[in-house]
Design a protein around this ligand. Sequence first.
Ligand code: FAD
Length: 483
Amino acid sequence: MTPTPSRRTVLQGLAAGSAVVAFDPVARSWAATADPGLPQVPPLDGTLRTDAASLAAAAEDYGHIVHRTPAAVLSPGSVDDVVKMIRFCNAHGIKVAPRGQGHGTYGQAQAAGGVIIETGPLNRIGTPEHGTVTVGAGALWIDVLRATLQHGLTPPVFTDYIELSVGGTLSVGGIGGQTHRHGAQVDNVLALDVVTGAGELVRCSPARHADLFHAVLAGLGQCAVIVSATIRLVPAPTAPTVRHYLLPYTDLAAFLADQRTLTRERRFDYVEGQVTADKNGAFTAYVLEAVAYDADVPEETLLAGLGYDPAGVQRTTPTYFDFVNRVGPVAEELKKSGVWAYAHPWLNLLIPGERTAEVAGEILAGVTAADVGAGLILLYPLERARLHAPLLPMPDDPVPYLFAILAATPSTDTATVDRLLAANRAAYERTAAAGGTQYPVGSIPFRPADWQEHFGAAWPQLVAAKHTYDPRGVLVPGQGIFG
Ligand SMILES: Cc1cc2nc3c(=O)[nH]c(=O)nc-3n(C[C@H](O)[C@H](O)[C@H](O)COP(=O)(O)OP(=O)(O)OC[C@H]3O[C@@H](n4cnc5c(N)ncnc54)[C@H](O)[C@@H]3O)c2cc1C
């Protein structure tokens, strides 16, 4: 196959700004050229890399399932670099995707033959003012937490693992055990600075360019690249430690009912839960995880009336920071043991609360310990009234559940990965039939028509924003939303 002249010309120009090189898209190789007539990327503050190692790294993610090789990787030296690069891509119809930590699991931050913009260098964390802080999209939540704690403040909601980028979680939603009290991370954003798919730098908020603001939060990168976010802070816990409980159950209905009681009565600051395998390998054991931040409420009140097995209760008292960062040390161990580099064909579903016992129970009945491998299963309630982002669709139920089978299996075992992807699809269909949908951070084979169903009433709004702000459709092809 011979590349068309226009595509070849564009990619030649893309290669290295003033140091123009020619690109053969079939061989994916670059060669120096001195043709001054080619369109060139304007001078950049950062670097545009085209070496094989950079391209291979950008064709990977936490899933290790999908591999799409870009033509170049931008490490921006400034927000202006993001503007220049997206304008260039927009002008020449080149796909472009921002990449935070690359912890999507199904190629979400990849762009075959396009440009990847690493947001890591955009990691400035401002000084908190009036209960807010403005942070660069590439900042990690762990660093935002460290910085705000110095002022006695904290973001209200965290994902379980906090070495994720602010831009990466705000583009999906950001859900955790505090969501029943404070909504998702996207519900705690006051303003954004974004670069649209047309290359315009725009500050947006609920009062200013509101359509863009609402199209970017949980918008899966389709309309604009977030370069910074102003987020709401709350007072950090003042007690030296928090109270962390693991409460075991053997009955799914009792476990779900107690989770609902705790979230409805706001007894704890954080509520999640895990499904674990019993001694026969069946997923019929449950652990309710709950955390109280302040010391004033007695334990008898916190745990009153719950149906857990008192013999198996675990109590710990970590510092607030260590609690929020609890997965960090686990991740380090998984990196050492090699499990972090396994394939992660993750399934993340949102199920109507009323149907959770039935749907999750059915799906769990077909799951084996070998399927989950070195991973885990989460099941915990959210509160719909706290979730306002139009592009984070929730089941029509006051207490939807997040149900996540976070499988980890050697990436060389492609037969198992393929089987789990098919199982993910079947579980999604079962969930959709019950009025649920997916939480789009996992690995579910999805077609554009599925996305339309997923976004539901918000679909026309996303389509309109896409036409307005990314008119050539260059942004974030890895989500597969617009074909
Ligand atoms: C160990 C682990 C634990 C997790 N726990 C949770 C959890 O508890 N709760 C939860 O909600 N999620 C959780 N996630 C999922 C995680 O929130 C998402 O995968 C998130 O997108 C990862 O952030 P990232 O910086 O790696 O993003 P990337 O993988 O780099 O990007 C994800 C998507 O967002 C787009 N994107 C990235 N940056 C920007 C930007 N600045 N502007 C616009 N679009 C952008 C990318 O193009 C891509 O499509 C977890 C993931 C892992 C690996």
